[in-house]
Design a protein around this ligand. Structure first.
Ligand code: SAH
Length: 463
């Protein structure tokens, strides 16, 4: 018999917002290889729990609370049990959760275990497939996994643990998790009677800017003592052609963008690598909050680049405010990308001060007679001294506030060995870069957005 009070509780419960979980594949590394459906889920998410192999460039685009559940960070190592508990905790709390996994959730992804936990708690979920590493590696290193007359079957196997290594009778075999067991796998393949001339490839960092492909025959690989770096796949089969070492992905120019806009380098001829920018945190937050408290006292909001817009508005919204609290200010942007990002927030800039390559902002500021104003200048944690100088010269009172940082996490540092060209968008980008890299190899072509940036580059790297 139902106890009194229970229907009421039931009703109350059904009125509460129900949590929902997407178990989604992020693809193998290139942030462009996510599905439209997964991207939509990420946009909707309150919480994103992401793994090691998920691209940070991808995760950074979304506003949700992000929880790293990988194993590389020194500070904390999440066990599967703990991950399951985290997913359940947020979902029970009524949140929309995306559990984002490298590749496809159902290919060596432990997606099955997570679902079991959700079922136990009666939490609604769905699964969004992803491009698995084998498919990414196949396409990005020009290895057809099947090919008429050469390969009519393919198997995905694991190289770890060594006791689980299987050698199925397919024409092509792709081994996952081989970083520490390449030789065990090759021995097992040879023991199964595959000829020594069978073609073999190792694809490291498939689909990323630093993808590396090693090729040879089964015999050659067994004799070689080559270290294999994770993440890597071992592919075995004669559909591996002769030319993959110089495949389409290798041939493309790799351009490292520091703070710039991707639109500058669109097209088919290069791959863009983005230098990370992050929303600031920790003690720097005080300054941001103070500036938001004091919004009424400013007459101009100057947003010099896309990131300043993106992160300033996130702080504004997080503080419970919206664009109406900016109504009294003139809003200026520092170029088209910033102006476009501003539009995303429902605002059109009063003036767009695209900096002049030779004279910076000075010309615009004079023409528009921006003088005697109280200017709030959100930007990077490293203040752009020359811009502040130009503004102060015209008797403006300027308050720079850091809303984002060029900060590099753990093993997220760009490997310059793979980079052909570096683009510096601002002098601040050059300075940030200098804190991480002592020098830039001669081989790399450097370009800068304007004269001030060029000067800073010469001063710090070519003096
Ligand atoms: N669910 C993932 C696989 C997770 S298991 C998927 O569908 O791809 C982890 C293994 O995947 C790694 O040890 C490596 O073998 C492989 N892997 C994942 N991303 C890779 C990449 N970008 N390049 C090469 N191998 C990758």
């Amino acid at each position: 018999m139902k106890q009194s009070g229970e229907p009421e509780r039931e009703q109350q419960k059904s009125m509460e917002r129900k949590g929902y979980v997407y178990i989604a594949g992020a693809g193998p590394g290139d942030p462009g290889l996510i599905t439209v459906r997964a991207e939509r889920a990420l946009r909707e998410a309150d919480v994103i729990l992401y793994d090691d192999l998920v691209s940070l460039e991808l995760v950074d685009q979304f506003n949700a609370l992000k929880i790293y559940t990988g194993k590389r960070k020194a500070s904390h190592h999440f066990e599967q049990e703990e991950i399951n508990r985290e997913i359940v905790r947020h979902a029970v709390d009524g949140k929309t959760v995306v559990r984002l996994k490298g590749g496809d959730p159902f290919i060596f992804g432990r997606g099955g275990e997570e679902i079991e936990a959700l079922r136990n708690y009666g939490i609604d979920y769905e699964i969004i497939p992803g491009i698995t590493a084998a498919h990414g590696a196949g396409s990005y290193s020009e290895i057809p996994l099947t090919m008429r007359r050469i390969s009519s079957s393919v198997a995905f196997c694991t190289g770890h643990p060594v006791s689980s290594i299987q050698v199925p009778d397919t024409d092509t075999i792709v081994y996952y998790m081989v970083a520490s067991s390449v030789h065990d796998v090759l021995d097992a393949v040879a023991a199964k009677g595959r000829p020594g001339m069978t073609r073999v490839a190792v694809v490291q960092n498939a689909t990323r800017y630093n993808q590396k492909v090693l090729t040879g025959t089964l015999d050659e690989f067994r004799q070689r003592e080559k270290a294999v770096y994770s993440p890597a796949l071992l592919i075995i089969g004669d559909s591996i052609g002769q030319f993959i070492r110089h495949n389409w992905h290798t041939r493309k120019k790799k351009v490292l963008m520091t703070g710039g806009e991707s639109s500058r380098y669109s097209g088919r001829d290069c791959i863009m690598v983005h230098f990370p920018c992050r929303r600031i945190s920790g003690s720097d937050l005080d300054a941001v909050h103070k500036s938001l408290e004091a919004l009424d006292s400013y007459s101009v909001l100057l947003l010099p680049n896309k990131f300043s817009v993106k992160y300033f508005f996130r702080f504004l919204y997080d503080s419970g405010r919206d664009v109406r609290s900016l109504a009294h200010m003139k809003i200026c942007t520092g170029g088209q990308a910033a102006a476009e990002e501003l539009k995303e927030n429902g605002l059109v800039a009063d003036h767009d001060l695209e900096p002049d390559p030779a004279s910076g902002y000075a010309k615009h500021l004079r023409e528009l007679s921006i003088s005697g104003e109280r200017i709030l200048l959100p930007g990077s944690n490293h203040v752009d001294d020359s811009l502040v100088g130009e503004l102060r010269e015209l008797q403006n009172e300027v308050t720079p506030v850091g809303v984002y940082a060029h900060e590099v996490r753990h093993d997220d540092l760009v490997d310059l060995d793979f980079i052909d060209e570096i683009y510096f968008a601002t002098p601040v980008c050059v300075r940030n870069f200098r804190t991480l890299f002592e020098s830039i190899p001669e081989r790399i072509v450097v370009s800068t957005a304007d004269r001030r940036t060029e000067q800073e580059y010469r001063r710090l790297f070519r003096a």
